[in-house]
Structure formats: C-alpha cells, structure tokens
Ligand binder design. Structure first.
Ligand code: NDP
Ligand code: 8X3
Length: 249
C-alpha cells in the first residue's frame, strides 16, 4: 500500500486530500498541531490506514523527531504534500504586524523546507517519490495586503522549480499547486478568528472547495511515472486578475 504524508491535515485542503487518497486505497501520515482533530480524522478514516503526528512545522527539531519516530508500516513516504501554511492579516506593509510576518515565513517557507529536507533523501535513495507543494495564486499576482504572504508563496513556486532542476536524473517528481479563492479555515486564521470578517471574503462568490484542490493534488500524483506536473494554477470562475492601478492627481 502506498503512503502519503499530508501536513496540515486538521482542516481544509489537507483534510480533504487525506480523505481522497485514503478513498483511493492509500494509507496516510497526517500532521497538524490540533491533536483532537488528528484523532478525529484517524477514527473517521480507520486507524489501520492512518498514523498521526502532532507537531509544529516551524520547529525543525519537532519535525525531525516526529519523522524519525515513524513506525515501519508508515516509514516509506511515497508522496509528501507540503500543505501546512497560513496567511495572517491583510494590513499594508508599513502597518502590518512584524510578528505575523515572522509566523508566515517560519510556517510557509521554513516549515516547508524542514519537511522537504527530511523526506527527500529517502525518496532519492528509494528512487521513488513525489513532493506536492501547496503554493498560491498570491505567489504570482500581487494584491494590496498580500505582502509577506504572497512573497512566501512566490518562494514556494521558485523552490519547486529549483527542486525540479536539482532532481533531474532521478525519478522524483515535484509539483506546485496554486489555488485561488477557496473556502476553508484560511480566512478565519487570516483574521485571527474574526468569523464575521472571514465570512465576508466569500460573500456573494462561489469559491473553490477543499475537495477541488484535493482532486488537483491527486490528479498530479496519479499521472504516469514519466509525467511531471510542474504547476497547476486554479481559480474559481468568479475570480480574475486586477488591472494595473494608476494614481492620478
Ligand atoms: P486551513 O486553515 O483550513 O488549514 C491550514 C492547515 O495548516 C491546518 O491543518 C493547520 O493545522 C496547518 N498549519 C498551520 N500552521 C501550522 C504549523 N505551524 N504547524 C503545523 N501545521 C500548521 O487552510 P487551507 O486548507 O486553505 O490552507 C492550506 C494551504 O493552502 C496553506 O498553505 C494556504 O496558504 C494554501 N492556500 C489556501 C488558499 C485558500 O484560499 N484557502 C488559496 C491558496 C493557497 P493546525 O492548526 O492544526 O496546526
Ligand atoms: C490564498 C489565495 O487570493 O486569498 O492563497 O491570497 S488569496
């Protein structure tokens, strides 16, 4: 049985992705900081197919200890979904919280690096593996208040490209999935659990669902071994690009 490791499986894309892979016959290692959510998902999907690891991706030592402690049944990771991440705040750069910026860098960039560096050597050794990073359209298109969040996802995009370059000559595959507006706990987290503000983000729109993104992740993994899906950018039909803005006197 193949094994997928999904970071941030306690909510949103990560949870939907775990559910889809398990439905397709995979077993899963699921991670996140909320232990009760991990337990609930493991009970829901069947403890024989799920191993949960409760840790913070920002802490390199926690990452290494958790993965070193994997039981044999789950120790060969075939697919790593680097999904754990967040946006915090929507303030302009000269007003935004520096603490929020640090949390985004530590989670979206450093957490993803710790996971990748820990899992990749065994993939190369086993000559088998696929890393799917979860970037964002915010990594491609700037918007007011996106600042550090967008920049962290631009890092994910370029790091994906550089991994593809480094791993040429091996069978390891690397993909960046770049979703647009999707309704998960993302906006609740962004607005520090101000649910009213979060709801307004999706009001009158038909955003992507977590399942839409899980399907894209699974599709990229399910291609034949000679196919590498470099990147997939997905927006809901209701979303598009802004114009160049000119301030006039
Ligand atoms: P959710 O808030 O629903 O899920 C985020 C997940 O990340 C949770 O499971 C959370 O787990 C985990 N996570 C956050 N911080 C940490 C941490 N320090 N250590 C471990 N796990 C952590 O949001 P989404 O499902 O929407 O987000 C998933 C990814 O998709 C993120 O990288 C996000 O940037 C990206 N994305 C989201 C879009 C959207 O519009 N929803 C669009 C484009 C990209 P826990 O809190 O239990 O630790
Ligand atoms: C989340 C998408 O457009 O809210 O990554 O920044 S967006």
């Amino acid at each position: 049985m193949k094994t997928v490791l999904v970071t941030g499986a306690t909510s949103g894309f990560g949870r939907a992705c775990t559910e889809l892979f398990v439905a397709k016959g995979w077993q899963a290692v699921i991670t996140g900081r909320r232990k009760e959510r991990l337990d609930e998902l493991a009970n829901h999907l069947g403890k024989d197919k799920i191993h949960d690891l409760c840790f913070d991706v920002r802490d390199r030592h926690q990452v290494e200890a958790a993965l070193d402690g994997l039981p044999e049944q789950f120790s060969d990771i075939d697919v790593l979904v680097n999904n754990a991440g967040l946006a915090l705040g929507l303030g302009m750069a000269h007003e935004a919280s520096l603490e929020d910026w640090e949390t985004m860098v530590d989670t979206n960039i450093k957490g993803l690096l710790y996971m990748t560096r820990k899992v990749l050597p065994t993939m190369v050794e086993r000559k088998q593996g696929h890393i799917v990073n979860v970037g964002s359209v915010a990594g491609d298109y700037a918007y007011p208040g996106g600042n550090t969040y967008g920049a962290s996802k631009a890092f994910v995009s370029q790091f994906t490209n550089n991994l593809i370059a480094d791993l040429q000559g091996t069978p390891i595959r690397i993909t960046n999935i770049e979703p647009g507006l999707a309704e998960t706990e993302f906006s609740k987290v962004r607005f520090h659990w101000d649910e009213e503000k979060a709801e307004k983000v999706y009001q009158g729109a038909e955003p992507l669902s977590a399942e839409d993104i899980a399907e894209a992740i699974y599709w990229s993994v399910d291609r034949p071994p000679h196919v590498n899906v470099n990147r997939i950018e997905i927006m809901p039909v209701c979303q598009s690009f802004g114009p160049m803005v000119i301030v006039r006197n």
